[in-house]
Design a protein around this ligand. Structure first.
Ligand code: FAD
Length: 487
């Protein structure tokens, strides 16, 4: 992907696009892939970096969401399990199978959670990963040596998918571009262009140069996650707010807290949330929380009480209780939940994770809610409506079995240049070849793009990321022949 070429294409006002998508998270990039592969002329603009909103801050699970069975959302679970299966087929380099154990410390838990997990497996049908199994306490401790054994009565082992969210975003961007779309990061929409009360385009500002760009389209799509209402208000100041943001945080610990390749899932914490401890790269990911009533921000911060909550619960289930000084990194994201009419006073953890589509009187389509796992179905539903709104030639969705271009080019960079093979830091699983691939072919513009979202350095170990930032900037400056922008 060549950012300068894409920018020139966008700056050339002669093109009228079929669809302009605002927002480069999972939802927007999924729509770009769907619309481009139907043959529509697509532009996508992201105000910051791809995934800098919520889509880089997930638990990194491609899952059916077994907990939604408890709230009776069987159709959402079935849809998610089907999409999980599609991703295993379509992005085999990005998604891998991961075993989870739900430990049982009370006699009824094994029966209750076991029944739910066998149903989960059944609902996946032929797209299931591997069979759910009951394990006794000894068998559980063999796969999870760091699990607290006191009072352990056994448990259930089940399978889900794990992925690296920002790597899949790059695969989506690459696939969209390969199918003719112009997708770009660091271009912020500042206003909507209207004609005869209809939205016919967007005004935007390229963040590196400060240049203004006007783009015209038959249909404009608002896929801005937690920012959905801000864009809706650009269209109509009186627009009803449809989003309830809910903050979720993760903390990242040393691998010694959870040896092996199996995650832990605690389905019901004190306040009814779900807690995961997951091996991720060379670390352990612990999350998440569900904190309502939070302001919308691109960079929300983990709250002290959220960190305390995760540490306190982890301490109950792990042989060694982690403390604040064991935290290598932490990050927070906002779930763009669609506010149901009866949501007043309801905990955000009880609000459905299904998606909704709204079309304004001026013809702008907004899509919000959903999950990373279901991005493909969300995109299909959105583009079906876009085609109606734009009166486009009928073209069926082709993403169900579309292979995504999910191979990193870092290996090619390393093969071509031996000097790029040095690790960025002894604590990090990345080399300068990853930086080179990020800058040369993955549209990384800033140091943060490289350290947070092309590699996951800053998500895995904040101190190590800061240690290697000097040499990464030096390399980037040499490569681009100038100063690395700070945005
Ligand atoms: C803590 C947490 C854990 C989660 N874990 C999982 C999980 O394990 N599995 C799963 O399936 N789902 C998970 N989810 C849900 C999933 O991450 C989200 O549903 C998904 O990432 C939302 O994507 P999005 O594209 O709608 O929003 P975003 O990723 O936020 O993208 C919207 C984009 O719009 C851009 N934007 C806003 N305004 C403008 C503008 N004016 N101009 C241009 N661009 C603009 C933003 O910068 C942003 O990048 C999790 C969510 C959270 C919060």
């Amino acid at each position: 992907m060549n950012r300068s070429e894409i920018l020139s294409r966008l700056e050339d006002n002669s093109e009228t696009w079929d669809v302009i998508i605002i927002g480069g998270g999972a939802t927007g990039l999924g729509i770009a892939v769907d619309a481009a592969t139907r043959g529509y002329k697509v532009a996508l603009v992201e105000q910051a970096d791809f995934g800098e909103g919520t889509s880089s801050k997930s638990t990194k699970l491609i899952h059916g969401g077994v907990r939604y069975l408890r709230s009776g959302e069987v159709s959402l679970v079935k849809e998610s399990l089907r999409e999980r299966g599609r991703l295993f087929q379509n992005a085999p380099n990005s998604v891998k199978a991961l075993a989870f154990v739900v430990p049982a410390y009370r006699w009824y838990e094994r029966l209750f959670y076991g029944a739910g997990l066998f149903l989960y497996d059944f609902l996946a049908g032929s797209l299931g990963i591997k069979k759910t199994a009951h394990l006794n306490a000894k068998e559980i401790l063999e796969v999870l040596p760091n699990l607290n054994s006191e009072g352990l009565r056994g448990g259930t082992l089940y399978w889900d998918g794990q992925f690296d969210d920002t790597r899949l975003l790059i695969a989506l961007a690459r696939t969209a571009v390969a199918n003719g779309a112009a997708v770009i990061n660091h271009v912020k929409v500042t206003g909507l262009i209207k004609e005869n009360e209809k939205v016919i385009g967007v005004n935007a500002v390229e963040q590196v140069s400060g240049n203004e760009i006007s783009l015209k389209a038959k249909v404009v799509v608002n896929a801005t996650g937690a920012f959905t209402d801000a864009i809706r208000k650009m269209n109509n100041e009186e627009a009803e707010e449809v989003i309830t943001p809910s903050q979720g945080i993760h903390i990242v610990l040393e691998r010694e807290f959870l040896d092996g390749d199996t995650g832990i899932m605690i389905p019901n914490t004190d306040d009814g949330r779900v807690l995961f401890a997951i091996p991720w790269h060379n670390r352990v990911l612990l999350g998440t929380t569900d904190t309502g009533d939070v302001p919308v921000s691109l960079h929300p911060k983990p709250l002290k009480e959220e960190i305390d909550y995760l540490l306190e619960h982890a301490g109950r289930y792990l042989t060694k209780a982690p403390t604040h000084k064991d935290i290598r990194a932490s990050f927070a994201g906002l779930r763009p939940l669609v506010r149901p009419p009866d949501s007043k006073g309801k905990s955000t953890s009880k609000i459905s994770r299904s998606h909704s589509i709204f079309v304004s009187d001026s013809g702008m389509l907004t899509i919000a809610g959903g999950k990373w796992t279901t991005y493909r179905q969300m995109a299909e539903d959105a583009v079906d409506r876009v085609a109606e709104l734009g009166d486009f030639p009928n073209a069926p969705c082709s993403t169900y079995d579309l292979s995504l271009l999910d191979q990193s080019t870092a290996e090619d960079e390393a093969a071509a240049d031996e000097s790029l093979r040095q690790p960025l830091d002894p604590e990090l699983p990345y080399t300068m070849a990853d930086v080179a691939a990020a800058v040369r072919t993955e549209m990384a513009v800033t140091l943060e793009d490289v350290l947070h979202r092309r590699t996951r350095c800053a998500f895995l170990d904040e101190s190590a990321a800061s240690r290697c930032s000097g040499k990464v900037v030096t390399w980037m400056e040499k490569e681009i022949g100038g100063t690395v922008p700070e945005l």
